[in-house]
Design a protein around this ligand. Sequence first.
Ligand SMILES: [Zn+2]
Length: 116
Amino acid sequence: MAIIQCPVCHQRISSLAKVCQHCGAGLGEMTPEKRRQMAAYRHKRQSELAKKVSLVALAVTFAGALTWWFEAGTGWQWPPSTTAVTLLAVGLGLYLVGRGWLLWLHLTRSTVKRLL
Ligand SMILES: [Zn+2]
């Protein structure tokens, strides 16, 4: 079983549902192939979003490193400013979220393939 999007209301529903629990749209006429395509499409969209989050996180981390380097004059002086620490912390945190999300998608992908 996988979580797919209802084609009518776009809420999250089970791929095995015959009727959408949110809007009542009948899904029984959907072929297993169509359900598989919808699950694959949703998975691809989420993977792309997770990669974008990771990229933005790297840019923020890089901005934090540059801020730390340039604001004190010469190189990385200790302690870094609050701005640099904030940018680095947010960037690294966001990066971990993005990579964790990708890992989770990768792990659930094999489950989706097995169960569909
Ligand atoms: Zn629906």
